[in-house]
Structures are given as C-alpha cells and as structure tokens.
Ligand binder design. Structure first.
Ligand code: SF4
Length: 611
C-alpha cells in the first residue's frame, strides 16, 4: 500500500502465454511525476519496452491503468486509460473509458494491469484482489459484445463488471474497440485498441472488487469540503449535458461550421441537424439517463427502440456527426441502429462513420464497384450506412477493406483515393471540422495519437467556455490562425493530465482548471502541488508521448492536415472559405514547445522536464 493517498502502488503484470502474473510496485515518485492512467503508461511503454514491437505481436504490451482519482469520490473522475502501440496508426495510442468498470477494478486493490503474451485460446480474465484467474471463453467466439456481456452476467457475483471485445476485435479489424459495461456501454474506442486485445486472444476481462477495499485519501475532511463547493458548481455549468448529453449540441455545432458533412465536402446542413440532434431523438428513443461512476453530470443516455430491437447506450454527438452528417444521413433510426451494431461488433463509431463516408464517395467515383460491395448500390443514406456497418463488423466483401480505416483503404484502392481519405497519421478525424475552429487544425496535426480532438479541445474556448486560470475570459476568433499556437500548447499541456488523473473532459466545461486540480491533488494524495506543477506534468507527458512517436519515425513530415481540410474551403455556412494557416502556426508551435524545426524535442527541453 502506498503511503500517499490516491493510489495503491500496485500493477498486476500478466503473462498470457504462460498464464502467470506478478505484482509490480509503483513508486510514489513515479505517480507524482507521471500521475497514473496514460501518464504512467507512457513512462512504462517508452522506458521499459522496445518501441518497434509489432502491435499485434505476442510481445506487445496492452496496459489498463486507472486515472489517479478513479474510484474515489471526486466528481467526473471515473476514467481509465487503455494504452498500446496502435495497429492502425503504428504510433502511440491511449483510449480512455469511464462507466463503472474502472472503479470496480480499483476495488481489487490494483491501479492497473499490463498484459503481455498471447492466450492459447479465446480466454476470459477474472481479476480479483487475489490476482488473475484464466478461463476459456471459446464458447463466446464470434458473439457480439452485448450478448457476451449478457451471457457472462449470471455466472459472476452481481457487482462484477465486464470489458469485452466483439467479433471486430476478434478478427483484427483495425478500427475495433473494447466495450465496457455492455449494454450501458462506454468504449475504449480509438485506433484499433480492440484488435490489440483480440490479438492477445482475450475475449473478456471480468473485474470483481471487494467492498472493504477503500480508495485511499490523504485528507478526508479537506476532500469533503472541496466536494461540497465543487459539485454544485460543476452541475450548474453542465446542465445542457445532463439534459441531452453530447447529442444535444448537434445544431449548435452545425451553426459554427464545425460539423463534417458528406465526407467533409459541404458547409451547412441545418435541416439534417434538426432531425438527428438529441432533442429530436430523445423523445423517440430515450429510456433513461445514465452516469459514469460518481459523476453528477450524468451525460449518458440509454435508448430503447422496441420495433428495431435496440437497447443500449444511444448515439453520442460524435456518432451522430460521423454516421449521420458525414454520411449525409438524416434518418435518426438508422443512426441509432448503426450505433448499436457498432457497439455490438465492437467498432469505433467515429472511424466507422469516416470510413463509410469514404466508401460511399469512392463508390460514386467508381473506385469501388458493385462487385466489391456484393451488389449493394451505395448512396448517401441510412440504408447504406447500416449495410456497411454490418459488412465491416462481419468482415464481408468491401467491409474487409473499410475495416482497415481510411488511410490503408485508400492505399489499397490506389490513385485518386488518397484525396478522399480524411486522417492525420492514419487516424480518422472526429466530428469537429478544423476549418470551423482553426486551432483544432494545429492540435490535430500535432496530437500524439493522430487526429484526436480530445488532446486539444480549443473549440471549447471559441464557444465561450472561459478558462480564467490561463487568462482566457473572452472567446478567440475561431477562424484566425494568428493567436492559436500558444493557446494550443496550453490546452494540450492541460488536457494531457486529464487521462492520467481519470478526469472526464467535460470537467473543463464544469470550469475545473489546473488550480482546482492542484487542490484535489492535495486533498487526495497529500501532495503540495500547484498549478505550475500540474501544467509542467502535462508538458512532460506531451513530450514523452512525442518521443515515443519520434522513436517510431514521426517528425514534422507527419504533422499535416489531409488535402481536403488543408486546401478545400467549405462552400457555404459560417466557416465558408476558411482554411487553417498551417505554414504560420506550425513553426511557432515547435518554437513554443522547444522542439526543432523538424518537430523533435531538443535534449535541453527533455532534460528540463526530467525526461
Ligand atoms: S460527464 Fe458523462 S462521460 Fe463524463 S464522467 Fe460524467 S457521465 Fe461519464
């Protein structure tokens, strides 16, 4: 047990090949220097493992590490990071998940788990305070994530939580995810993390903690006082999320010119947005609201549609943006149905929507034919979206190509296809258009896992969410590239500590800044931290993950936008004609970061950060 609060100091290292495990200690110095979650994972992956391991190979590690605050009482801090080298992009990947699995995992008295090796057959791992037990999951081969979760429930004590992969992860689909707590469903979704678990032949991880395992807190009275003040403030600032979840923002996002429409080709879609927003979908399908562990925001929405046989987590904003607007699909039922099938197959809905739109456009241009689609006439509509969702999940005909993601699919299709593929470093863009918020362009180009919005979130500032700790009290001009480099550096540094601490990104909307985080660290861990330490840790982690990628060959040549977003202005809407000025922003960004003009952290910068 660690002397400080906030962590147990124990990682469970599991050798799947030999079915053995051991406990590895986490020194307090490491917990303070990197925090936990993706921070500690970056430290372990960079220093303890070779960088060029085949992501789907036996030796490659797959790490599940809870955020420092996960499992405690702080609001909106339920998150756990799943980290590995991505088989889709070949670089750093951290996929983060909330729900209730992470808190239950910590009730086992472990902070994280490192899986290496490969099981000889499809296997379930049962993690308890005593360690890990292996059992065959052969009977669940090919079973979808919801059905697998249902089949497992009756066999374990009620408190047990499950993380499972669907058929997509089992068959190595490069846009596959890990599904936690089905059918309430939170996903570790991006960059093919499900395929890594599938390559290890692990179908499910059941976690069963113990009530008496208490999350350690250094100063309980201080924490109680903070909770009393902070929870109402967070609630007050996130009412919209509580009412409609992320899907409540579709119409507003469309007005900002932030929504991807028809594979990023169009500029406005007000009628479509009106039909598929949360305010329109909830009256049709909402069954109940849902919350991750200890979260007062409750942004989750469980949908039920008896005629279509749907029951589970409804589509988030990102899902509606990608399976709806980006596919020019204004049919809410088809979006809900495709969303549920993505969850059942275990597929990232962002990448699914991106690659389906890519596929429809490639079909329009004759790059994909009826022979490839098994006779399916692809159109910009819900019928095609649902049909392609099934083809990807089941790996049928063109689904095998699309399951590779847009970059690799375009490479296979040859000349003319690259122009249609919207990605950076091989990861598909989420539903936030960098032509609507040009700071996001710089973030996407430099983010550690490829085109990831969560590492920058500068559109929060553009839309008037203040961050007074940084002096951001009035919204910047979303279309002006001039002031964005320092903003992006600051936001990336701050957001880099969210996953390591287990903090949901929506706490930013709840006005939780680094000064508040420092107070939380003192109450929970007993550390005399301040805002400077929080930001310095974030900066350290940005640089550490950059070095992980540099070791794999990443440099300024990879910090680019896809041609469509770099060169093609939107034809209408509020972001009409806007293009991010990358030639201006990128050199300044490297300078501010202390990186070379090639985008490589200098030895002096690394030494200053203790790396
Ligand atoms: S805001 Fe939503 S996603 Fe974030 S922790 Fe709360 S319920 Fe989960």
């Amino acid at each position: 047990m660690s002397a400080a609060g906030g962590f147990f100091g124990r990682l469970l290292q599991v050798d799947l090949t030999n079915r053995t495990s051991r406990v590895v200690e986490i020194p307090e110095a490491d917990a303070r220097k990197y925090f936990l979650g993706s921070g500690l994972a970056a430290k372990l992956l960079y220093y303890d493992f070779a960088g060029d391991l085949d992501p789907l190979g036996e030796e490659a590690p797959l790490l599940f590490i809870a955020g420092l605050f996960a499992g405690g009482n702080l609001p909106g801090t339920s998150k756990l990071s799943v980290c590995a080298r991505s088989p889709q992009t070949g670089i750093w990947n951290e996929a983060t998940v909330g729900g209730h699995w992470p808190a239950e995992f910590r009730k086992t008295g472990f902070d994280g788990m490192i899986l290496t090796g490969r099981c000889s057959e499809l296997t379930l791992l049962h993690v308890t305070k005593a360690g890990v037990r292996f059992e065959s999951a052969a009977a669940l081969e090919g079973v979808d994530a919801y059905a697998a979760g249902e089949a497992l429930k009756g066999r374990f004590p009620e408190r047990t939580r499950f993380a499972v992969i669907g058929p997509a992860g089992e068959s190595g689909v490069l846009i596959s995810a890990i599904v936690f707590d089905p059918p309430n469903t939170r996903l570790a979704a991006r960059a093919g993390i499900g395929a890594v678990m599938g390559a290890k032949r692990v179908k499910a991880i059941a976690v069963e903690g113990e009530l008496e395992t208490r999350y350690p807190v250094a100063h309980p009275a201080e924490l109680q006082a903070l909770l009393k003040a902070d929870v109402p403030e967070i609630r007050k600032n996130t009412v919209g999320l509580t009412d409609f979840g992320t899907s409540g923002g579709v119409e507003a996002v469309e007005k900002y010119g932030d929504l991807p429409i028809k594979n990023w080709q169009l500029g406005s879609w007000p009628e479509g947005a009106k039909k598929v927003c949360g305010q329109a979908m909830q009256p049709l399908m909402l069954d109940r609201h849902y919350s991750c562990y200890a979260c007062p925001i409750r942004c989750g929405k469980i949908y039920k549609h008896e005629k279509l046989g749907l029951y589970g987590h409804g589509p988030e904003y990102e899902t509606i943006g990608m399976l709806g607007a980006n596919c020019l699909n204004d049919d809410p039922e088809s979006i809900a149905e495709s969303n549920e099938w993505c969850n059942r197959y275990g597929i990232d809905t962002i990448s699914a929507g991106a690659v389906i739109a890519f596929g429809i456009e490639a079909f329009e241009r004759g790059l994909i034919t009826l022979k490839d689609t098994g006779g399916l006439d692809l159109r910009w509509d819900g019928r095609s979206v649902l049909a392609l969702t099934h083809k990807i999940g089941l790996q049928e005909d063109v689904g095998r190509l699309l399951g590779l993601g847009v970059k690799k699919a375009a490479e296979q299709l040859g000349p003319g296809a690259a122009e249609l593929a919207v990605h950076t470093k091989g990861l598909e863009y989420p539903a936030h258009d960098p032509r609507g918020h040009v700071g996001m362009a710089l973030n996407y180009a430099t983010a550690s896992r490829g085109a990831c919005h969560l590492e920058g979130l500068t559109y929060f500032l553009d839309r008037g969410i203040p961050a007074p700790d940084f002096g951001y009290t009035t919204p910047p001009n979303p279309h002006d590239s001039a002031d964005k480099p320092p903003i992006v550096v600051t936001m990336q540094d701050y957001l880099s500590v969210f996953n390591p601490l287990g903090m949901c990104k929506f706490l930013f909307i709840g006005r939780v800044g680094p000064k508040k985080v420092a107070q939380w660290l003192h109450a929970v861990c007993g550390w005399d931290a301040d805002m400077a330490e929080v930001m310095r840790t974030g900066q350290r982690l940005v640089n550490l993950k950059r070095m992980y990628n540099v070791r794999l060959g990443v440099s300024s040549k990879d910090d680019i936008l896809p041609p469509r977003l770099a060169n093609l202005g939107k034809p209408d809407g509020s972001a009409k004609g806007v293009l991010p000025d990358m030639a201006r922003m990128l050199p300044e960004y490297y300078h501010l970061r202390g990186w070379t003009p090639d985008g490589i952290p200098t030895p002096a910068k690394l030494a200053a950060l203790g790396l």
